[in-house]
Design a protein around this ligand. Sequence first.
Ligand code: ATP
Length: 322
Amino acid sequence: MKKIAVFTSGGDAPGMNACIRAVVRTAVFHKLEVMGIRHGYDGMINDEFIPMNAKSVSGIIHRGGTILKTARSQEFMTEAGRKKAKQNLEKHGIEGLVAIGGDGTFRGALELSKICSIPIAGCPGTIDNDLVGTDFTIGYDTAINTVVDAVDKIRDTAESHDRLFFVEVMGRDAGLIALRSGIGSGAEAILISEAKTDMDKLIKHLQEARKDKSSKIVIVSEQGGTSSVFKISDEVKKALPYYDIRVSVLGHVQRGGNPSCMDRVNSSRIGFSAVEALMTGKKNVMIGIINNKIAYTPFENAVKHINELHPDLVRMMSVLAI
Ligand code: ATP
């Protein structure tokens, strides 16, 4: 293998830059040529290939977002689009590809692999932590720390005014951000997309919540749109009119910011191992970290969503919120 390319795709996640840096520098160390593809699959189709070297990834390990930019590509969903992408990869003599993104990115990689024999190594870059084959995805740790920081601040105002706050966090299909950040911020309740919200139980819990607790925080993962957090808070307001209720939707701040140290280290390990995986003949696998060891999971398994939340965490949550 003489030449590889790297790209980021789907939603951006803090730590993607650290991963790009590791890919480029590992490739340079092994005397491979390396190109970056800007704007994900769109850039692969539109020929946005740029040569990269050790210097082009200087001073980026601490930055959120992605220097290669990212995109959600409609054209790549079509066979014609994927054929154009394949032609460009071949034109540039690419012999190995590193894809940094989430489940959609790996579904795309699987489709590409049906018409193109270039081996692909995937790096799990998504704040959702919903991929099979890694304990933590790139960006998840930073995102939950951002949520905890924000909730700490919201708690100051909740406490001063004796208010009940509903805080909506990201995670349409996976409540992992809600669960961890809810535990980390000492929330009264966590409402997640995996379980239907039991309004009677929630209202009873809030009714019985200790009188001496001056602030109350309920974390809600986006459940089919932001409207649901307002619907839930309206219902609680009707049942418990004595509560002074506010809603806070955290939104895109959860994607941004400097990556945490854990995300920087994990991203570096994953990017480094992705290049070495390609060099040792692995193809169409996602690189993850399980029990602190590098693990390889075929794309078709990696994209199966994690639907079950850690039962110990769920049980502990309800005990600690009394
Ligand atoms: P995030 O988890 O942050 O949303 P993601 O990688 O899952 O990241 P998506 O937008 O779902 O983000 O996927 C990225 C891109 O992968 C899509 O915009 C599309 O171009 C491509 N893609 C996704 N699914 C397929 C598919 N079934 N066939 C071909 N391409 C796909």
